[in-house]
Design a protein around this ligand. Structure first.
Ligand SMILES: [Zn+2]
Ligand SMILES: [Zn+2]
Length: 432
């Protein structure tokens, strides 16, 4: 560790101590956003809460970028431009946490117009509260006097759909705000609150999902000889697809293939005319991704042929998330700062996650480096107890579960400190 970085890391620690974070205000912000979740592409109220918040009063604020995207810019002399990003959208999940600030929201905003319960089941509410707090802290006069450069704080819509970051870029984000030298972001995850984790290289897998329609020939349940049964075909396809990861992917490589939905027919005495499968794929290397995707196509097409289908299957891509590959130098710098602040609670070599993220689009679209890290949201005692009893899977709700609710502290405090420290590390130093 160079003395320059050592002193820079110590400096941010003393700054955080000298200018304590305002936690109370942001606990209320968190609870408010948690109680008022909005689905992807419908984040209007959340965006308005963000844009009007006093944290951004010294920023030039741009709204409605790529949908409900918001970006605040704080120019503070000549120096590097750092972009901090939080996502804002919630999920069609009915909250079952029983918390006093739990969501009761039902909306008709879902694609099919039916009433849907909505919940911040992925912690994006926590990301927003942390970023508002960090925006305020970094703009404080005494703190601002220690850094130079430009800070961009970005609140992104539609992360769950995987299109929000690109929608902002396509809508002229970088004509409204300066192109950053580095993009930084974080995600709350189901591990102990107070802990922070990152890795250089592939941090988060690529994700691809497809709707696959298999065309049979429908008819009377008593006359299978005149039909092509899509149920039997779909069953064979589902089983066969499970051979891809088991038999075609290098055992040293990670990949996941899940058939999350299988639908055909309505009643017992009718052979349906089609079956629809929904398939989700995660991969950690481009070559593995290509291999899994082409194997999926091959198997589905050949099974259809084997069944004598009159029409080839139809593949429709539902979602496509890029791989999140943390820049080595940026991650190295951040790791120095984080290990100084969090000590043993910081893990610089966490295993690659098979979740998915589109934050990289904000950086790769302008060929800039980026880094995303994780911070924990599970109450320490609860985690320890689950671990002692060998019941992590049973007792610790994961992201997207109806029971997922990060414990407010120390999660919020940790998530604010990480953002403040990460931004500060990559901004310029004011000569004193
Ligand atoms: Zn999510
Ligand atoms: Zn998420």
């Amino acid at each position: 560790m160079s003395s320059q970085h050592q002193s820079s890391a110590s400096l941010i620690v003393s700054l955080l101590n000298e200018h304590p974070l305002d936690l109370g205000t942001y606990e209320e912000v968190y609870k408010h956003i948690h109680a008022h979740p909005e689905l992807s592409l419908h984040e209007a109220e959340t965006a308005s809460t963000v844009a009007k918040h006093s944290s951004l009063s010294t920023y030039t604020v741009h709204t409605s970028i790529g949908g409900h995207g918001v970006a605040g810019v704080l120019v503070n002399g000549e120096g590097p431009t750092v972009l901090l990003r939080a996502d804002m959208d919630a999920l069609p999940v009915e909250e079952k946490t029983g918390l006093e600030y739990a969501s009761n929201v039902k909306t008709k905003d879902a694609d099919d117009g039916t009433a849907t319960a909505v919940m911040h089941a992925c912690g994006h509410d926590m990301h927003v509260a942390c970023l508002l707090a960090a925006s305020e802290w970094l703009a404080r006069k005494k703190v601002r006097e220690t850094w130079v450069g430009t800070l961009v704080v970005l609140f992104q819509p539609d992360e769950e759909g995987g299109k929000g970051a690109m929608a902002m870029v396509d809508d002229g984000l970088y004509h409204k705000v300066p192109v950053p030298d580095v993009v930084l972001a974080q995600h709350v995850m189901p591990f102990k609150a107070g802990k922070v984790a990152v890795r250089a290289g592939t941090m988060i897998a690529a994700a691809d999902s497809f709707k696959i329609t298999l065309f049979g020939r429908g008819g009377h349940g008593s006359m299978p000889q005149l039909c092509i049964d899509p149920v039997l075909l779909a069953a064979n396809v589902v089983v066969r697809l499970q051979g891809i990861v088991a038999r075609e992917v290098d055992p040293a490589e990670a990949a996941v293939l899940t058939v999350g939905s299988s639908q055909a027919g309505h009643t017992e005495n009718v052979i349906a005319d089609k079956a629809v499968l929904k398939v989700d794929i995660r991969s950690q290397h481009a070559a593995t991704r290509d291999r899994v995707l082409s194997a999926m196509r091959r198997i589905v097409e050949k099974e259809c042929e084997a069944s004598g289908c009159v029409k080839p299957p139809l593949f429709e891509q539902i979602r496509k998330f890029p791989m999140t590959v943390n820049d080595k130098d940026v991650t190295h710098q951040l790791s120095k700062t984080f290990s100084h602040i969090f000590g043993e609670e910081f893990d610089p070599k966490v295993v690659t996650s098979n979740a998915s993220e589109d934050v990289s689009d904000l950086a790769t679209s302008v060929k800039k480096p980026y880094c995303m890290w994780f911070f924990g949201g599970i109450e320490s005692e609860r985690w320890d107890k689950a671990e002692r009893n060998g019941r992590i899977a049973e007792d610790i709700p994961v992201n997207h579960s109806a029971l997922f609710a990060p414990v407010i502290q120390p999660t919020l405090k940790t998530g604010i400190m990480t953002l403040c420290a990460a931004a500060w590390t990559h901004l310029g130093r004011r000569e004193s």
